[in-house]
Each structure stands twice: as C-alpha cells, then as structure tokens.
Ligand binder design. Structure first.
Ligand code: AMP
Length: 197
C-alpha cells in the first residue's frame, strides 16, 4: 500500500504515521526527518535546509523530490510506504505521480488530517506554558509562518487529490487513539476494495 498523510503542522501526522507504519509494516518516509538528519550531519545541503526550516519556509522542490526518488527505490519500500510531509507543493505532487508511474506503482490513498487552526495555536500555547517551550518548534511566530505556507502551497493539493478520487478526510481534532482508529478503518476499506478488484 502506498499512502500520503496530508495536514498542517501540528496536526499529529508524525504520531499517526508511526502507528500506521508499525501496524502495517510500511516504510515511514518523512522528508522533515530526512532533512533534519542532513542538517545534523552538517552536510552543505543539510545546513542550507536548516536555515530554510528554521524560517518556516519550504526547501526547494528539486531537493525533496530527489530525496524521495532515491528513498522509494530502496528495498524496504517494496511492501509499501507512507509519505509524511511529502508532497507539499503541486510540483512535488506531479513529480510523485511521474515517479510512481515510472516504477509501475500506484498511490492508494491520501489521508487528510483536518484540524482547526485556532485550536492548533491554542495547543501550542498551552504546551509552551506547560513545558517552558523546550522543543525546537515551540515558537508561535514560526508556527504561524508554517501554517501560512501550508495554506498557500500545500492546501491546493486537497482539490488535486480530490479530483483523482484518492482523498479521504480524517477528523484530526479527535483523541489520538480515535484518529488512529478512523485511519485504520479507512485503510481496511481501501484494502478490501483493492482485493475485490
Ligand atoms: P515536517 O517535519 O514535515 O514538519 O518538516 C519540517 C520542515 O522541513 C518544513 O517546515 C520544511 O521546511 C521542510 N520540509 C519537509 N518536507 C518538505 C517538503 N516536502 N518540501 C519542502 N520542504 C519540506
């Protein structure tokens, strides 16, 4: 199974991605994790990416597309994979379609974690109050910038995938376990439909 997890920053994509991948034996492909690893390794590309990430902007399409192209060719992706944080622009979505066509594979489903932005900001504020803002991404200004970037550059993927009939909307405001359960139910349905032809 090949799936995309779509949603704004703070929607809980990472948490859900880990759970789904563990349960279903899928490779978890997070471009954010890969870029952070490159930044930590201190490569020129990683250092450049770090500057962009700290600003809340997106890294260049050709960089992330290249990373994903190499990654999906690896053997652990054969059984299926989940894309977490990719694609984030229409250019990336089109590149993904092409890449998958080239290797004769097909996207099964796009899960959109739909959340209320004001509630996300409130969640961030209470986390900062509770923890003193120890996490690197505990910064309201950067968070708002990332939300803005999501709205402008990533949200257009929702109609893009709606048109292809692959989009399924998940209520991301529910409790973490309830979100997982809803995702599992959708994936079971997708799998049944696939088996049934
Ligand atoms: P994430 O952990 O998915 O929230 O990503 C953290 C940061 O990495 C983002 O704010 C972007 O700066 C960068 N990034 C991750 N994935 C992509 C992508 N597909 N395209 C461009 N930039 C990305």
């Amino acid at each position: 199974m090949i799936l995309i997890l779509l949603g704004p920053p703070g929607a809980g994509k990472g948490t859900q991605a880990k759970r789904i991948c563990e349960r279903r034996g899928l490779a978890h492909l997070s471009t954010g994790d890969m870029l952070r690893a490159a930044a930590e390794a201190g490569s020129p590309l990683g250092l450049e990416a770090k500057k962009i990430m700290d600003r809340g902007d997106l890294c260049p399409d050709e960089v992330v597309i290249g990373i994903i192209r190499e990654r999906i060719a690896q053997s652990d992706c054969r059984a299926g994979f989940l894309l977490d944080g990719f694609p984030r622009t229409t250019a990336q979505a089109e590149a993904l379609d092409k890449m998958l066509a080239e290797i004769g594979r097909e996207l099964d489903v796009v899960l959109e974690l739909r959340v209320d932005e004001n509630a996300l900001i409130e969640r961030l504020r209470s986390r900062i109050r509770e923890t003193g803002g120890e996490r690197a991404d505990d910064n309201e200004e950067t968070f708002r910038k990332r939300l803005e970037v999501y709205r402008a550059q990533t949200a257009p993927l929702i109609p893009y995938y709606e048109k292809s009939g692959k989009l399924r909307v998940i209520d991301g405001m529910a409790e973490i376990d309830a979100v997982t359960a809803e995702i599992e139910a959708v994936l079971n349905e997708v799998e049944r439909a696939k088996k049934g032809g």
